[in-house]
Design a protein around this ligand. Structure first.
Ligand code: EPU
Length: 337
């Protein structure tokens, strides 16, 4: 493994926010994994944090008095079994490169997750989802190193308690498992479920009737390109706010108030837009004009500015609609974490 000392976490985060990490360990091969615990001990470090490409994570200004462990293990192995295809993708692979490989082989399952920034190893952590698909539905096994029991094991999707933007990896078992590879079981053929509305509209407008995985993946990338900032051009963490789930018995109230929702999921982007916040800037952070859930870092340097910006945005939305905004990205070194 490669070890670096005193690294600015802002340089490891697409949001470009975060103080200094005492150490960064870059894990390049599976054999490095069993070296993590001895190395932490040798350096006298009590804390560690697993990170992929930092597309959904930033850190506090105080930084991190421990080791950030970057998953850089690469490789994709493919096994075909009748009309099913098994992909074993290592955690450090770029997520979209992996999606491209699956659609090139004519497989359905992750084509609507095309264009999502980040790595394969990070995908299950927040159960990435877009345009009607969630990664949990295509995963067959997750290969992990258990930092508590000091052993390698394979978890099944049912062990991971997946739900909207959530799993054991970002809740009950946060920090316990180093995900070094993910196995996906995909089918050859086309997506059977109904298309997400904006995707269907896009295909209609372009007169595209094919539902082949490659066609859908390319369409999703085009839609995303128009709406979502590219991490290399504008600093952001993708959706900063989550959509809000309400109890079933509140659906009638949402309809009466004219608040758009999909079942129990309230479109938070709509709340932010109707609160008049599109394009507005707070402490160097701008609410994207094109996708209200996204916060773009135009000029801010500190986490304290981010906290102030989020507090103001949340206050405005809560005063107008009575809903509390929930943050999506992870924060390294957050108080009480
Ligand atoms: N909406 C607005 N104004 C906005 C944005 C959204 O009114 O500025 C309302 C509209 O009613 C729209 C609905 O929200 O019909 C849904 O909007 P959209 O399809 O753009 O998706 P989203 O709910 O804003 C979620 C994900 C995105 C994902 C898209 C597409 C979350 C937190 N975000 O956004 O994921 O790409 O759906 O499926 O669930 C991410 O997690 O980083 C991310 C970009």
């Amino acid at each position: 493994m490669i070890i670096r000392e005193n690294v600015e976490i802002s340089s490891l985060s697409t949001m470009k926010i975060g103080g200094v990490a005492r150490y960064v360990f870059e894990i390049e091969k599976t054999a490095d994994i069993s070296e993590i615990l001895p190395k932490l001990e040798e350096l006298g470090l009590k804390k560690y944090y697993f990170l992929g490409s930092g597309a959904n994570t930033f850190a506090t200004d105080a930084g991190f008095d421990g080791a950030i462990i970057l998953n850089k293990i690469k490789g994709i192995e493919v096994k075909e079994k009748e009309n099913k295809v098994l992909f074993l993708a290592y955690g450090g692979e770029n997520w979209d490169d992996f999606v491209e490989k699956t659609v090139e082989l004519g497989c359905t399952g992750v084509e609507c997750l095309a264009g999502i920034p980040g790595t394969v190893g990070a995908a299950p952590v927040q159960n990435i989802g877009a345009y009607g698909q969630e990664v949990k539905d295509s995963i067959s096994e997750i290969y992990v190193y258990d930092m508590k029991e000091n052993n390698f094991l394979h978890l099944k999707p049912e062990d991971c308690n997946f739900s909207y933007r959530r799993s054991i990896f970002n809740s009950s078992e946060r920090g316990r498992y180093f995900i070094y590879a993910v196995e996906f079981m995909l089918k050859k053929g086309e997506m059977k479920t109904e298309l997400y509305r904006s995707l269907a509209t896009y295909l209609e407008e372009k007169n595209i009737s094919s539902r082949e995985p490659k066609v859908l993946a390319d369409a999703v990338r085009k839609i995303r390109d128009k709406k979502l900032p590219k991490p290399e051009e504008e600093a952001s963490s993708g959706s900063f706010f989550k959509n809000i789930y309400v109890e079933r018995d509140r659906i009638a109230e949402l309809d009466e108030r004219g608040i758009p929702h999909h079942g129990t999921k309230v479109n938070t982007g709509w709340l932010i837009e109707k609160a008049g916040l599109l394009g507005k800037t707070f402490y160097g952070f701008r609410v994207s004009e094109k996708a209200a859930l996204v916060l773009i870092n135009d000029s801010a340097k500190s986490y304290s500015d981010l906290k102030k910006a989020v507090a103001e945005i949340s206050k405005i939305v809560e005063e107008k609609f009575g809903f509390k905004l929930e943050q999506e990205p992870n924060v390294i070194g957050k108080e009480n974490d």
